[in-house]
Design a protein around this ligand. Sequence first.
Ligand code: FAD
Ligand code: 2HG
Ligand code: ZN
Length: 479
Amino acid sequence: MDDLIAALAEALGEANVLVSQQDQAPFLTDWLGKYRGAARAVLRPGSTAEVAAAMRICARHEVPVVPQGGNTSMSGGATPDMSGRAVVLSLIRLNSIRSIDIVGNTITVDAGIVLAKVQQAAQEVGRFFPLSLGAEGSCTIGGNLAANAGGVAVLRYGTMRELTLGLEVVLADGRIWDGLTALRKDNTGYALRDLFIGSEGTLGIITGAVLKLFARPHARASAFVAVQDAAAALALLSAIRDHCGDRLTAFEFMTGECLALILRHIGDARLPLAIMPPAAVLIELSDQDDEPGLRERLEAALADSIETGLVHDAAIAQDGTQARAFWRIREGVSEALVREGKAAKHDVSMPVSAMADFVAAADVAVRAVAPGVRPIVFGHLGDGNLHYNLLPAEAQDAAAFAALAPALTRIVHDEIGRRRGSISAEHGIGQLRVAEMPLRKAPLELELMHQLKHLLDPAGLLNPGKLLPGKLLPASTPN
Ligand code: FAD
Ligand code: 2HG
Ligand code: ZN
């Protein structure tokens, strides 16, 4: 046993320092099967104090640390590189609910707790935690925070950043920042909390969080709606908002090609419409009202849109089972994509009004360089966020497509740049998009980011190779 492993084993217990290839394997590949890495050890601390001890030891030995939660990253954010120099620091043993404050409407949790457990704990006390995404059964609150996750209810409740009040963070040198406050108003200086949210494990290890709870919606109404294209879906978004206001909770778009892919690969997914539409939207309303009233409101809104020709056909869920069947279709997309092959993945955002034009322009541009390429387009239309995935042409060699993927990404991101959008709405930069950063961020913005990184992690040990490209920039000289 070398010095590093011996010190870590003493601090965490030998059983929580995994060194065999077999024990480490699940921590060294990503969910998409796109990245594989190597590690000196996988660490499984069981408390904030143990995380701090592990960080002190790693700092002393100059060992890079890759934080990991549920390992569901869509950008290779939690996978180490192949050098085998780093340790993976898994937070999954930090999985307790620390407290719930019903009056203050907050829940305080360890960062390694799985998102679904937080949703359930809120429900058990008659409250609601709204973050909702396909990976909720395995992703963790720490990963959600580090990625500033979005999901399907952002339209009404906001991203993880907007759902968070306080954080506890272990710094690169092992010091613990206790920012675990439940204050809704606090104007005492820079918002350190917001710096760590979305930092993808490059500035500190999040070990605890205070999250906002909400009133539990007693009524839900869901519809699966056929439309012509993204332009029609956007017009429908406005119409539904006019009729339903803040009750609109989710507005999820899928093209016909996307639906066909899901039906091909997801055995229990059923299209609730008579014929395959060119595109579809899954709409969800939620409220404190009675459920029949909410359903009637949605029916009335859709009836108007059918009359004006905006909607071709619609199915309204009559109960929770039907609603879950609608969501099964939407939540099957990522799995269907993985089963079909290796997609070139894009997670873009832009002004909502620019989305239809973006889809049309990007489709033409990618087909011009890759005839037969298959855009699989879906996402959180109401948030201005599309998952613009590209699959190889039928029968195209996977290696040839992989070689073309960077050029396709450049084209997609150029279209985004023209619309003043972002190359990552919710999945983060990770290692997938790190080479794009110098092309997409202003030099001043990148320089400030490097300086913040240098301040919090001077030795560059936290999640190297993710989010920020290249070497640290020299500090700028004021003139
Ligand atoms: P990991 O994958 O383990 O890590 C993610 C990043 O956070 C890495 O950079 C890692 O180093 C860092 N990290 C993890 N824990 C900590 C910590 N405690 N402290 C500091 N850094 C840490 N994302 C969305 O936003 N919206 C969606 O709708 C959505 N749907 C998904 C559906 C599926 C089927 C899958 C597989 C993924 C989906 N994702 C989605 C992406 C992913 O689930 C989320 O980004 C999630 O927030 C990651 O959580 P995790 O615990 O798995 O983090
Ligand atoms: C979703 O919205 C996720 O389902 C995953 O963000 C998107 O697989 C993807 O591209
Ligand atoms: Zn998404």
